[in-house]
Structure formats: structure tokens, C-alpha cells
Design a protein around this ligand. Structure first.
Ligand SMILES: [Zn+2]
Ligand SMILES: [Zn+2]
Length: 162
């Protein structure tokens, strides 16, 4: 049956050194991206350096004003960091997921592993859960191509893969 053949195909990919190489490259990219996020925190330190000059001014009025200034600057900076980080993260992920999904579909020739039919509304399923295995999120060999309906059956435990 088609199902069996596809199963062998997937299992084979796990052992394929080219896929492993691809995996490690993907992870390298992720690490580099994380480093970039850390660097994004540097401006905060730069802001702290500016504080002593503000503290040097005595009197309640001044401290209140400087506090206002501080909070204004602080919130603005935080907001910028937060928004920037989030946008990059989201964009990167959605693009990666799109690419991953496409590769999974192509890997299975747009054929559902459950019923063996080609085409239709297809979904890419993660063999190892997205939440528990973040390292395998974009690993093509961790993906299964299923119909939308067959995918629901899989999650309800109606289809078992061994
Ligand atoms: Zn199906
Ligand atoms: Zn799924």
C-alpha cells in the first residue's frame, strides 16, 4: 500500500545525512538569531549611564521632572525593544513554518499519509509536538502530510503510526 511506502520514505529521511546536515544548519541560524536579540538589550545600559547627571540636580521639582523624563524615555525605549523583538520573531517563524510546510508537502508528493489520496486540503503535522520539541519544529523529517480531516483523526488517536 501507499501508506507503507510513505512510512519507509519518512523513516529513511531520519537516517539521511543530508537532512541531518540541513537540520544542524537550521539550528545554527537559530542560535545566531538569538544572539541578535541579546544585543538588542544594550541600549538599556546606555540609558543608565545618563542617569547620574539627572540625579546631580537637587530639589523635588527637578527629581519629579527628571522622573517624568525618565519614565517617558524608559517606556519609549522598552516599547521599541518589545515591538522590534516581537515583529522579528513572528516574521521569522511564520516564514519558516511556511517553508517547512511546503517542504513536507513536497516530501509526500501532496499525498495524505492517512488515506493515500493526493491533493485536497492538506496539513503538515509535527510527529514530535511543536511545543515539546522546538528543535524539530522546522525539521522536514518531523512532518507528515495529511488532509485537514485526516489530521483531526490523527490527533484524536484514530490513526496510529509505528
Ligand atoms: Zn487523507
Ligand atoms: Zn498535527
Amino acid at each position: 500500500m501507499d501508506k507503507k511506502n510513505l512510512g519507509i520514505k519518512t523513516r529513511g529521511l531520519w537516517k539521511n545525512p543530508e537532512y541531518r546536515k540541513h537540520m544542524s544548519e537550521v539550528h545554527k541560524g537559530q542560535r545566531a538569531w538569538n544572539k541578535g536579540i541579546k544585543t538588542g538589550l544594550v541600549p538599556r545600559t546606555a540609558f543608565k549611564k545618563g542617569q547620574p547627571s539627572l540625579n546631580g540636580m537637587k530639589g523635588k521639582k527637578h527629581s519629579l521632572e527628571s522622573r517624568k523624563k525618565m519614565s517617558k524615555r524608559n517606556s519609549g525605549e522598552n516599547h521599541w525593544n518589545w515591538k522590534g523583538g516581537r515583529t522579528i520573531k513572528r516574521g521569522m517563524h511564520s516564514l519558516k513554518v511556511k517553508e517547512w510546510r511546503k517542504e513536507v508537502f513536497e516530501n509526500f508528493d501532496f499525498t495524505c499519509v492517512s488515506c493515500g489520496e493526493e491533493g485536497g486540503i492538506l496539513r503538515a503535522h509535527h510527529i514530535n509536538e511543536w511545543a515539546k520539541y522546538p528543535r524539530e519544529r522546522f525539521d522536514v523529517s518531523n512532518g507528515l502530510c495529511l488532509h485537514d480531516r485526516c489530521h483531526i483523526d490523527l490527533h484524536q488517536g484514530m490513526i496510529i503510526y509505528g
